[in-house]
Design a protein around this ligand. Structure first.
Ligand code: ZN
Length: 69
């Protein structure tokens, strides 16, 4: 109570001052050990870019399939 908790990014280790993002594992082999991940703004943007890349790739495949009709 009243203790200022210093939170560091679980990905890059940077001390998170603001813009903390918490990811929660719904399932997986390491869920018991790492149920949540604290992510800094920089790493969060990296993850968004990563997810966007996957989404773009899947859309590209879908478009190829539609073009074959
Ligand atoms: Zn980070």
């Amino acid at each position: 109570m009243g203790v200022h908790q210093r939170i560091t990014c679980d990905r890059c280790g940077t001390l998170i001052e603001a813009g903390r993002t918490v990811l929660r594992a719904e399932c997986g082999p390491h869920r018991d050990r790492f149920p949540t991940f604290d992510i800094c703004v920089s790493c969060c943007e990296d993850l968004i870019a990563w997810f966007s890349a996957i989404h773009t790739t899947q859309e590209a495949h879908a478009n190829v399939g539609q073009n074959n009709v």
